[in-house]
Design a protein around this ligand. Structure first.
Ligand SMILES: Cc1cc2nc3c(=O)[nH]c(=O)nc-3n(C[C@H](O)[C@H](O)[C@H](O)COP(=O)(O)OP(=O)(O)OC[C@H]3O[C@@H](n4cnc5c(N)ncnc54)[C@H](O)[C@@H]3O)c2cc1C
Length: 311
């Protein structure tokens, strides 16, 4: 006997429907546009409960289940939701973006089409300085006067590379070859489809302070303006347990335990055992893991037990 057909309705999220096709601006000429989506908060819950069907549980129970799933990294229910975006991104940010492999991508072909005449520009007050403590990062900005020279140089390069590109195209050079001198700031466009589990992974890495500011700007728009509307319960749990959460290693927990017990000596001994308190000619040597833990303590308003050695 054939099983009886169960009535199924497609998930619709009116708050996200309002955004369909709307280009949300990012940087000076980029955007993120929702093209389509599948699923919602209830699709996550339904997948987790599999056999219960939907519509029988209270929102509060759904919320609790979603929070439990996210907290305990039960990931597959989140894979039941999908998001398709149309994005316009400078090549340097796109190069970081495409490292996320658990997605489907179709990018505009600059072998086939003329490259859009759009390059990301930097305002005079937005040139960032190289960070001292992180070779991959930036810290603080140049003054506007100094930055104006960088912006002027940038404008020249953009104009020159565009002119050279267009000249080659006009004279019949193949598009696939003519494009090679265009700078990394040139905008590209793509369709990008990803499931919610991998999207949260992308957001946790790319909304993080360690991510480059440009890709962070995209991730923030995707997270705060799209995901927060689309799956508000998942977003809330993600902010609580991933984005706003801090992890604690075994060593960190033991040191915290010693601090909690008021035993600063033991906390220092544990840090020393872990190799965090090695001395050089200028006092304590730099230690990345220790510095990260110190930043966590500072964030919680706690004193570093070995603070005297840091001076
Ligand atoms: C701040 C920052 C700095 C970075 N710096 C550098 C850098 O200097 N150099 C550099 O090269 N990259 C760098 N990256 C890129 C980084 O190493 C990852 O490639 C990128 O973040 C994608 O992460 P992912 O592989 O987890 O994501 P996805 O590719 O989306 O994969 C998601 C998950 O699927 C699984 N997976 C996917 N493919 C495979 C596979 N082939 N085998 C096994 N498991 C797989 C893994 O569990 C993975 O975590 C940086 C990333 C960040 C966020």
């Amino acid at each position: 006997m054939q099983p009886q057909a169960e009535r199924v309705t497609r998930a619709a999220v009116p708050a996200l429907d309002e955004l369909l096709g709307v280009a949300l601006p990012v940087l000076d000429d980029g955007f993120v546009r929702v093209v389509d989506y599948m699923g919602d908060d209830r699709a996550v819950v339904q997948a987790a409960r599999v056999s219960y069907g939907d519509g029988t549980k209270q929102v509060s129970e759904d919320r609790g289940l979603i929070r439990y799933l996210l907290r305990h990294r039960h990931t597959t229910p989140f894979e039941m939701c999908e998001l398709k975006l149309h994005v316009r991104v400078p090549m340097d940010a796109w190069r970081q973006w495409v490292r996320h492999r658990m997605v489907s991508i179709n990018e505009v072909s600059s072998r086939y089409s003329i490259v859009t005449d759009s390059a990301q520009r930097t305002a005079p007050d937005a040139w960032r300085r190289q960070a001292d403590d992180n070779r991959q990062g930036s810290a603080g900005c140049f003054g506007e006067a100094e930055g104006a020279a960088f912006t002027a140089g940038e404008r020249e390069v953009h104009a020159l590379t565009r002119r050279v590109y267009e000249e080659k195209i006009a004279r019949g050079v193949a598009r696939e070859q003519a494009r090679k001198d265009l700078p990394l700031c040139t905008y590209t466009e793509a369709y990008w489809k990803i499931d919610l589990h991998n999207l949260l992974h992308f957001l946790s890495l790319r909304m993080d302070a360690h991510a480059q500011q440009e890709i962070r700007a995209y991730a923030t728009v995707i997270g705060e303006r799209i995901v927060a509307r689309w799956v508000p319960l998942v977003w809330e749990a993600f902010v609580d347990y991933r984005l706003g959460a801090a992890s604690l290693s075994r060593i960190e927990q033991e040191i915290l335990g010693a601090i909690g017990a008021g035993d600063a000596g033991r906390a220092c001994a544990l840090a020393s055992e872990a190799g965090w308190l090695e001395r050089g000619a200028a006092g304590l040597k730099r230690h990345r893991e220790r510095a990260e833990f110190e930043a966590k303590l500072a964030g919680w308003g706690m004193t570093v037990p070995w603070a005297a050695d840091l001076r």
